[in-house]
Ligand binder design. Structure first.
Ligand SMILES: [Zn+2]
Length: 146
């Protein structure tokens, strides 16, 4: 269980992250408004402009995703479950929460998660390699038959 002062510290970190995101969100908005104004100006390379615009929008999506994570975490904080691991129900340490305020997993579950992800990735790569090696051998055989 977190103490009141620990909770306050986590809340401050989360609120600060939220405000930072809100500010960058504002930036994306003002950019898209400038974008409207800039249409029709010859000096601007349109494809370049489009590229910047879509990057801004991607960033904006990421901001929205992060904001939703922060809101979820603030709700967990309010209900007193912020230091409870979503996966195993063990306590997430205050130090970990302070370092990664949007985490909902304890360090053990997080590591487990990453190991599994790495294992899946490894298996995927291995499979693809085997398949392409087989194809190559088949190709070589066909050539020598000619
Ligand atoms: Zn856990």
């Amino acid at each position: 269980m977190l103490t009141e002062s620990e909770k306050t510290q986590i809340r401050e970190v989360l609120e600060e992250a939220k405000q930072r995101l809100a500010r960058t969100g504002q930036h994306a908005l003002s950019y898209s408004m400038n974008h409207e104004r800039n249409i029709g100006r010859d000096s601007i390379d349109e494809s370049m402009e489009e590229e910047i615009f879509s990057t801004e929008m991607r960033l904006h999506d990421r901001e929205k995703y992060l904001l939703s994570k922060i809101d979820k975490q603030l709700a967990r904080l309010d209900s007193g479950f912020i230091d409870t691991c979503e996966s195993c129900g063990e306590v997430i340490s205050f130090k970990r929460l302070l370092a990664r305020p949007v985490t909902t997993l304890c360090i053990d579950c997080k590591e487990q998660d990453e190991r599994e992800e790495a294992a899946v990735e490894q298996a995927g790569r291995g499979g693809a390699l085997d398949a392409s090696a087989g194809e190559e051998m088949g190709g070589a055989g066909a050539t020598s038959d000619e």
